[in-house]
Design a protein around this ligand. Sequence first.
Ligand code: APR
Length: 310
Amino acid sequence: MRQKVTVVGAGNVGATAAQRLAEKELCDVVLVDIIEGVPQGKALDLTEAAPIEKHDAHLTGTNSYEASSGSDIIIITAGIARKPGMSRDDLISTNAGIVKSVTREVVALSPDAILIIVSNPLDAMCHVALEASGFPKNRVVGMAGVLDSARFRAFIAMELNVSVENTHAFVLGGHGDTMVPLPRYSTVAGIPITELLSEDRIAALVERTANGGAEIVSLLKTGSAYYAPASAAVEMAEAILKDKKKILPCAAYLQGEYGIDDLFIGVPVKLGADGIEQIIEINLTAQEEAALKKSAASVAELKKLLQTLG
Ligand code: APR
């Protein structure tokens, strides 16, 4: 049977995710947006590319939700993106309302779906989606760590002039300035980068990773990154659709793991057909643990702000 993924938000991230899902022939794709004509136009354009790209995925663009019914996965990218000078947190009041209403719409027609949240500020939007959906915690997962780790991997590969395929990286914590890249667990062909690079160079790569989103915003000026965010969301969707049991850093709802309770934050998880099938607790040094706690505190602040927004 064909699997179905609905992407809500047919903007930069959503349309690029739809393209990658279709071109990898992972599923049929329903693209939903409030702007009339845009999801329809992009879905048709992608459909017309299919003979050349050689896939038979069906793409549907729509301004309503009927076609999303029975989706296996819903990727939520709806909302506003940041512009130069804005932090992800500045988006909170607008995007909280959008994510709440979109979540209610999609879960009514796809009660068994897994939600992949992309809208920012990511960790806070995961809370909105968890609450609005009433879903169990394993079926709400946030896209952040895969993107942040991919950025770190790209910078490691550039620095050492090696294939990106040889690199592995782990970035934990919230999707913001307090994220916690873990050099000890970041490797090239299995060798920790702490053996390959000086402390200064690692610190520079870590800083560039933490500012990776802002670096793109300052170059684009009219919006934020979308190629890598879309790739990251699609890697997560693929792991779920194919029940790969892939270990990926994702925003997950913690209830005591890592000493953190009642909070979404980036940690390594096992992604498979049931969504988050396991939260993996790795050993952290005192310094890494302190950085994770600091990051959790800033997510907790945003969560508190959500409550005041109602
Ligand atoms: N329902 C459906 N779509 C909506 C809604 C809604 N209620 N509100 C906004 N949208 C749509 C917009 O019409 C727009 O097409 O969401 C889309 C967002 O697209 P872009 O503005 O291109 O933003 P994008 O770069 O895709 O980022 C989307 O992902 O990475 C995060 O921070 C980013 O929060 C932002 C989100």
